[in-house]
Each structure stands twice: as C-alpha cells, then as structure tokens.
Write a protein that binds this ligand. Structure first.
Ligand code: SF4
Ligand code: SF4
Length: 265
C-alpha cells in the first residue's frame, strides 16, 4: 500500500528525482510493525526498498504436499493453500535444503498448524494455533508437506513482510491565520499544536498526510506540500526478525550489484 501520494488541489510537489537517500532512523515497533523515518529519499528509492523486502528476500514456505488420507471436509487443494500460507521460521543462515513437515491425526479433533512435525528443528511453524481443519470420529488426515526457500515475486507465501511508505508533508500557511485552532482539533493523529498562535505539525512522523487539518480550516489558509521525507512501515509476517530482514536486504543488494557490475564489464 502506498499512502500519501494522492494528488490534491494546490499541493506542491517538492520531490527531486536525483535524490537517493540521506538518513534512516528507527522510530520504533508496535508488536510486529516496525517504523523507520527516511530523510532525503524519493519515491523511486522508497519503491525499490518496498519491492526488495517484499519480493526479493528468500524465506521458507510449503510448496508441495503428498496427501495419503484426507477424510476432512476441507478438500486437498484448499488445505494445500492454507498450509502454504502458514509462515515457517526461516533462520538467518540456512542450507536452503528441502524440509519435510509431516502430519498424522485421527478425529475427533481440530487440526492446527502446530500439529505438523518438521524434520528440521529450526524450520518450524511460526504460529502453532492456526486452525487447518476439523476431523470427526474415525476421520483421519495424513500427509507429508515439503517446504523450500523462495522469493515473494514468485508467490506471496514467500514474502517476509508487508511494506508500505507514506510521504511526510510540510505545512504551509497561505494567508491570514487567526489561530482559531480548528485545524489542531481536527487532526486525528494529535500531532498538531499552535506555536505563537500559528499551527505547526510537532510530531511529523505521526502525521498520516490525511489532509483533515486543511479541510477543517474555515479560511482555507493551509496547504500540505510533499517533501523528500517518508515513514517506511515494515509489518512482519513472522518468518524472519526485523534484524534478519535488514541483514538479508544488505546481502541481497551486495550480490545484486556485484552481478550487475559483472554484466556491464
Ligand atoms: S495531515 Fe492529517 S495527520 Fe497530518 S497534521 Fe494534518 S490532520 Fe494531522
Ligand atoms: S483552522 Fe485555519 S485559521 Fe484556524 S488556526 Fe488553523 S490555519 Fe489558522
């Protein structure tokens, strides 16, 4: 999801095409969602980051299944889809070999992702409580599932995170502001305040570029201009930690540029 790049009347676009990236600061995490403040970048760079993390890093996912018994109401194809989307822990250094996850259950019971037994102690289910199907008395489910490493560009099951970014705005006061505070009260992120009687965005990284402050001004004296600053949001699926994602991104970029250099020699 790309947020904040919508056109609005009168908005000035200050983005410069030749900027690469000057500084990244870690803002913090909320559960599995990590935020970074990126300064001096452009939309192309942000898109490269978004695509590289989402589509080019390599994680484990179930890719093939041999079903021996399936008496449950969930047919093989649907169960296979469900299993492929259950994230698997992908350690920092893996051999890349195929891993087998086996399941053998007889009802009555609910079958959960955690019931799969892996032949690799490190490559196991991230979440053990994802329900897969239900079995009635004497019904059974038996299969071997094979997990391989892959990239999100071939299938979303190999994607380690949902990545998005928002453009941070700069507030411009166009004409006589009387300090009525309507814009401050309208801000859903509570990131505005009056400084010397004039509105100011005081917590820039909290601003969602929603335009509510501009719309709330009765005198139409505010404008939000795009800048070269962004908030990058990385929401983990769970296969890798944020540290592993950043290390893998670094490794991938080095390998990619080395390959590119070779090709242009
Ligand atoms: S754009 Fe939205 S979030 Fe940002 S300061 Fe204005 S009202 Fe608040
Ligand atoms: S709503 Fe308009 S007039 Fe009132 S403080 Fe904000 S910018 Fe000034």
């Amino acid at each position: 999801m790309v947020v904040g790049n919508r056109a609005s009347s009168g908005r000035k676009h200050k983005l410069e095409s030749k900027v690469f990236m000057q500084k990244i600061t870690y803002i913090g995490a909320d559960d599995q969602t990590h935020k970074f403040f990126v300064e001096g970048a452009d939309i192309t760079t942000m898109n490269v980051l978004r695509r590289k993390i989402g589509y080019c890093l390599s994680v484990y996912a179930i890719d093939e299944i041999d079903f021996y018994d399936n008496d449950s109401v969930v047919v093989d194809e649907m169960l296979a889809n469900r299993l492929a989307l259950c994230p698997l822990v992908t350690p920092e250094n893996t051999t890349g070999k195929k891993v087998t996850l086996s399941l053998e259950k007889t009802g009555p019971c609910t079958v959960y992702s955690g019931d799969l037994k892996s032949n690799d102690s490190e490559i196991v289910q991230v979440y053990n409580t994802i329900p897969l199907t239900k079995l009635k008395e004497n019904q059974s489910l038996r299969f071997d599932a094979y997990a391989i490493q892959g990239q999100g560009r071939t299938h979303v099951k190999f994607s380690p995170a949902i990545v998005s970014y928002s453009v941070l705005p700069e507030l411009e006061i166009l004409r006589g502001c009387d300090g009525c505070e309507a814009c401050v009260k309208a801000c859903p992120a509570n990131c505005m305040k009056l400084v010397s009687g004039k509105p100011k965005i005081d917590e820039l990284t909290k601003c969602t570029n929603c335009q509510a402050c501009v719309d709330a001004c009765p005198k139409e004296c505010l404008r939000l201009n795009d800048t070269n600053n962004f908030v990058l949001t990385i929401e983990l699926i769970g296969q890798m930690s944020i540290l592993n994602i950043l290390k893998s991104l670094d490794r991938y970029s080095k390998e990619y540029f080395a390959l590119l250099k070779k090709k242009f020699k």
